[in-house]
Design a protein around this ligand. Sequence first.
Ligand SMILES: [Fe+2]
Length: 202
Amino acid sequence: MELNDPAMKVLYAYTRALSVALDYRDQPTRLHSERVRDLSASIAVRHGLSGADLEAVLIAASFHDIGKIGVPDHILMKTAPFSADEWEKMKRHAEIGSDIIAATGITEAERASKVIRHHHEHFDGSGYPDGLAGMSIPICSRIISIADSYDAMAVTRSYHPPRKHEEIMAILHDETGVKHDPQVMATFYKVIESDSFREMRR
Ligand SMILES: [Fe+2]
């Protein structure tokens, strides 16, 4: 899936350089971001998004964790559970990422910046940074949140081994209506069960 808008192409190029910088610090984040971009784009199309919304999904999903560039190494690389203070610093990546995209000064970046800011909001209002709930959370953020959760559980992380597809789906099912939007989740089921995503399943 390609970006058509010239301004969005420029935004992608600006931000791509930063994502390479992040890659030098934390390679798993970039690989994860590429998979989340593909999965998010497929959910977005199936959910009926197009035009500026779809472009915002592509940009925001590609760089949703770019704010981790502002998280100190001793937290970013930590394998043990976070202290309350470390967790607060890690959570700041959503706002930092949003600020980075907004700092490009490109008018069209506004939407993607907002989507990044809210990619850890929960449907019931228990997420961060603003505690938004339901439809107040941008649709693009609700989509990325599901793709992000799926991929985070499907791969090895320093703090957990990869989970099997069925196990992840059971967890996501339990989180529907709490963390995730039930309508977007219904679309996600169709996408993840489709042929093109079978190979990424375990
Ligand atoms: Fe994140």
